[in-house]
Design a protein around this ligand. Structure first.
Ligand code: ATP
Ligand code: MG
Length: 258
């Protein structure tokens, strides 16, 4: 996938390190993502991908290193901090309540309270306002979801993924991180997720995509960063490499040519 990423940095990581006891999960990881760019984060099991995502999304604190968002150094001490600087993460379990409808899931933990002060005090929510925004968020993604009033458990895996992505971008995220978004999906549904990634990146959102699926990576990403035993060992433009090259970098069989 080649798209015109903007030449403005959305997020930049410099020398990120993180250890768990004696295990050095991340050793000096550095890379950046431009606005509108889709970067694949690749690496074998245990390479450090999830640890890095947790450092960016405020679940872990890096031991050292710097994270800059829009060229400003940020301290992401909690998931709320991540959200405040415009980073949203779509985790693998999608963190949804299956019995609730789409609208309620889009506003999970961020419900809009009722305008009437008495009803508000009674804990009533402004479902009208939430539904209106839910409709807008889904329209923005051109997603094939029947209705925002549909319960999550009636949706397919791909549609659930679409709701999770809609939820991320609904909050005005500039940076969206996706952990294996198509791992459990069929061909048609994976294609839908790819389409969504194209839509949000064309709107200027920077995307970090973790995937073990090289086909998905070459179809969706502009660039790939490869982690090997906690180090960023390659940062390559997708148009310069084959799937086999990527596999070689992931397994450590080859190293990036200087
Ligand atoms: N909370 C933790 N406590 C101790 N060690 C951890 C913790 N989280 C990760 N690690 C270790 O850090 C290293 C990197 O793990 P991480 O989960 O980031 O890998 P990954 O690239 O996401 O792998 P996978 O593709 O299997 O998901 C591993 O050696 C792992 O055992
Ligand atoms: Mg992982």
């Amino acid at each position: 996938m080649v798209r015109t990423a903007l030449d403005q940095t959305a997020i930049e990581l410099t020398n990120i390190q993180k250890s768990f006891g004696g295990v050095k999960a991340l050793k000096n990881v550095s890379f950046k993502i431009n606005k509108g760019e889709v970067v694949g984060l690749l690496g074998d099991n245990g390479a450090g991908k999830s640890t890095l995502v947790r450092c960016i999304s405020g679940i872990h604190q890096p031991d050292s290193g710097e994270i800059k968002v829009n060229n400003q150094a940020v301290n992401i001490a909690s998931p709320l901090d991540a959200r405040e600087v415009g980073i949203e993460t779509v985790f693998q379990d999608l963190a949804m309540v299956p019995e609730f409808d789409i609208s309620a899931n889009l506003f999970l933990n961020r419900e809009i309270k009722h305008k009437n002060p008495i009803l508000r005090a009674l804990g009533w929510l402004d479902t009208k306002a939430m539904d209106k925004r839910a409709k807008k968020a889904l329209n923005r993604l051109n997603s094939r979801i029947p209705s925002y009033k549909e319960a999550i458990h009636n949706l397919s895996g791909g549609q659930r993924q679409a709701v999770a992505i809609a939820r991320a971008v609904n909050w005005g995220a500039d940076i969206v991180i996706m952990d294996e978004p198509t791992a459990a999906l069929g061909v048609e549904q994976s294609a839908q997720v790819n389409e969504l990634i194209n839509v949000i990146s064309s709107q200027g959102v920077a995307v970090l995509l973790i995937s073990h699926n090289m086909q998905h990576v070459v179809e969706t990403c502009d660039r790939a960063v490869v982690l090997y035993q906690g180090q960023s060992v390659a940062d390559v433009s997708i148009s310069d490499v084959s799937k086999e090259d990527l596999v070689g970098l992931i397994t450590g069989a080859t190293t990036q040519a200087a």
